[in-house]
Design a protein around this ligand. Structure first.
Ligand SMILES: N[C@@H](CCC(=O)N[C@@H](CS)C(=O)NCC(=O)O)C(=O)O
Length: 209
């Protein structure tokens, strides 16, 4: 059974959301760990084997460590028969891969720069900015309700997640807001919230022990 190192209400929550959506949360051992938050709360958890103490982190049945949200989500999707992605060779596969790598390669750095108030030509040169992110998302969403058209895919779960947790990062775009709402509606928000609350309690109990 693969092991997922998870901290509630963090980037690993989207992996939990994925597993819940495909009914495979029980097929993965979830180990709750704490992480050091940038505001100084939390702490690096010695139980987390991620080389830098980050989440999500996955250890496969073969004992290999997988880091980066997109890689972990694609790995699990493939392990369980690709319920949330176009198969290899399918027409939308290239667009799907673009979005999955855009999440960590562009969206995340642009959002971190924006909320940190960083404005530097090197950042703009490497990643562009929020305006370009909005245009990219709006252009895709002009074609359908989700990034690949009419059906929710893994890329929707990954790319909508920062806007779900941090509504202050939500761009002023009705199209993007409506998409994030559709992605949230496709998930069982109550079940996710209950799971996160239970995991937070488990973690506190472990830390008090
Ligand atoms: N690009 C990584 C980022 C992982 C990441 O930074 N996770 C945060 C939680 S939201 C973390 O573990 N922070 C703790 C730390 O940086 O020590 C991914 O998406 O997997």
């Amino acid at each position: 059974m693969p092991t997922l190192y998870h901290c509630p209400n963090s980037r690993s929550s989207r992996v939990v959301a994925q597993l819940m959506l495909i009914g495979k949360l029980d097929a993965v051992e979830v180990v709750p760990v704490s992480v050091e938050r940038f505001d100084g709360t939390g702490r690096r958890d010695p139980r987390n084997p991620h080389p830098e103490g980050k989440v999500p982190y996955l250890v496969t049945d073969e004992g290999q460590g997988v880091r980066e949200s997109a890689a972990i989500m694609m790995y699990l999707d493939e392990l369980y028969g690709q319920p949330l992605s176009p198969k290899i060779g399918a027409p939308d596969r290239g667009r799907y891969l673009s979005w999955m790598t855009y999440a960590g390669g562009v969206l995340d750095p642009v959002l971190v720069a924006a909320f940190s108030g960083l404005d530097h030509p090197a950042i703009n040169g490497a990643y562009r900015g929020l305006a370009e992110v909005c245009t990219a998302l709006e252009t895709a969403l002009a074609e359908g309700d989700f990034l690949l058209g009419d059906t929710l895919c893994l890329a929707d779960i990954l790319l909508a997640s920062p806007f779900q947790w941090a509504p202050h990062l939500m761009p002023d775009s009705a199209v993007i807001k409506a998409w994030v709402e559709r992605v949230s509606a496709a998930q069982d928000g109550q079940a996710i919230a209950a799971y996160e609350a239970e995991t937070t309690a488990q973690l506190s109990a472990l830390e008090d022990a």
